[in-house]
Design a protein around this ligand. Sequence first.
Ligand SMILES: [Zn+2]
Length: 92
Amino acid sequence: MSTVRKIPMRKCVGCGEMKSKKEMMRVLKTAEDTIILDTTGRKNGRGAYLCFSGECLEKAMKNKGLERSLKTPVPREVYESLKKEFEKFEQS
Ligand SMILES: [Zn+2]
């Protein structure tokens, strides 16, 4: 018997591509309404997924995909700090 293992796929709010969770970055809105980068993937809250790419973050900012997905306005400062986090990941 062979079963097809289903990999949970998530949609990038920037480019709209479907990828497995492991290949993506999770942006989370916490119960306190703060928006953070969930590097562990274990925190509770409403999450949005993005590729490990600054480009996708840019896109998500322009098309408001992140705001739509988190159902909250995302202030400019939040994008700025997310961008810094992304840069760290991209360099390593
Ligand atoms: Zn993407």
